[in-house]
Design a protein around this ligand. Structure first.
Ligand code: SIN
Length: 354
């Protein structure tokens, strides 16, 4: 006996279908989505159709990639593209991140939503940087791929398509920046890359994914706590408005990793002598004397754990971005400490039960 199963379309799918139908009738314009390409494996070209891991990242142009999704993508959104760069994710530095934020802001002046494509290597840093610096409440979705564009069974095409579907659905409005890969979308603060090869590499063990993209259905199961300030955009935004500072105001901040028997005093002194303004110590290490000597030279320390979750722990790479921005926007150590605490600890304010 065969059982027929009927998929129940989500509200998003219905909305998209209606938007598509009415736009065909010339009534409602399709959502405008700008895709900003930065490179990575998603834009990679492989040696053969089966060289899943042997390829050159950052080769294909984002316009050509979007064109390969036509005509289906045209039913979802009016898509435009910006080629920001075409490199592996590790090829970008903090001044480039500054420019990327301005590029996203500029695109959002006219677009309803933005998709950023990048390498997955440091994508958890890209998305957290955008979370902290892009001040619009409109959807910003970052995506990439674990297999290059040109192999059989690549995830690159589906990830780009799904990221545009998610952005066009506008379901992530006020959720902050999200990372979409392998049909799942994740909050910027929690998500991290866990595996060098697997397609389900992005995880957020502590609190779980935000939702799924299944064809045109976007299913959202939870929201990051910042959604509670959606009606109060000033409160919703972070204080890190990059139009108020220049790239040169972004200080050098480094990470030191602790381990059994670590002796980090020389490294701390060397960082201080090199002009480093902040050090994230992940998992301890370094004597009190070494830290005090560095503090006397103006270095600010912050502590995280090496493991990814538990309490309000921010992974060291993300704590570094938060400290860097905090130091760029305030010279007051108390204010810097407050921002570090506030943004690491974002939780829902549930009132008297506390
Ligand atoms: C990169 O991070 O640019 C290369 C690896 C990837 O995109 O998966």
């Amino acid at each position: 006996m065969t059982t027929k199963r009927f998929a129940v379309p989500s509200l998003t799918a219905l909305a998209l279908a209606l938007a598509t139908a009415s736009s065909l009738l010339g009534q409602t314009p399709r959502p405008k989505v700008t895709v900003i390409g930065t490179g990575g494996t998603i834009a990679g070209v492989s040696e053969t159709r089966t060289s899943f891991q042997s390829y050159r990242a950052g080769q294909k142009l984002i316009q050509d990639m979007v064109d390969e999704l036509r005509p289906q993508i045209d039913e979802v959104a009016e898509v435009s593209t910006v080629q920001f760069g075409n490199r592996a994710s590790g090829g970008y530095n903090i001044p480039d991140f500054y420019d990327l934020t301005l590029a996203v802001d500029k695109a959002l002046e006219t677009a309803d939503a933005v998709v950023v494509t990048s390498g997955t290597g440091t994508m958890d840093e890209f998305v957290y940087w955008l979370e902290l610096t892009v001040r619009s409440q409109k959807p910003v979705v970052i995506t990439g791929a674990m297999r290059p564009w040109t192999v059989i069974g690549t995830d690159a095409h589906a990830n780009l398509f799904n990221a545009i579907v998610l952005a066009a659905s506008r379901e992530t409005t006020c959720l902050g920046k999200v990372l979409m890969l392998n049909d799942e979308f994740h909050a910027a603060k929690e998500v991290w890359k866990s595996d060098a090869y697997r397609l389900d590499t992005f995880i957020d063990r502590q609190v779980g994914i935000l939702g799924y993209v299944d064809e045109l259905n976007v299913r959202t199961f939870r929201a990051p706590p910042r959604i509670q300030h959606c009606d109060d955009p000033e409160r919703w935004r972070t204080p890190f408005d990059l139009t108020r500072i220049s790239k040169d105001d972004l200080p050098r901040v480094e990470v030191l990793m602790g381990y059994q028997g670590a002796r980090l005093d020389e490294a701390i002194a060397a960082f201080a002598a090199a002009g480093v303004k902040g050090i994230v110590v992940a998992g301890g290490g370094g004597s009190r004397e070494a830290r005090q000597a560095a503090e006397a030279e103006g270095v600010v320390f912050t502590a995280t754990e090496r493991f990814r979750s538990g309490g309000n722990n921010l992974m060291p790479q993300k704590a570094r971005l938060l400290l860097l921005l905090s130091l760029a926007f305030s010279k007051d150590p108390e204010q810097v400490r407050n921002w570090m605490a506030e943004f690491s600890a974002a939780e829902f304010e549930v009132g008297p039960r506390r």
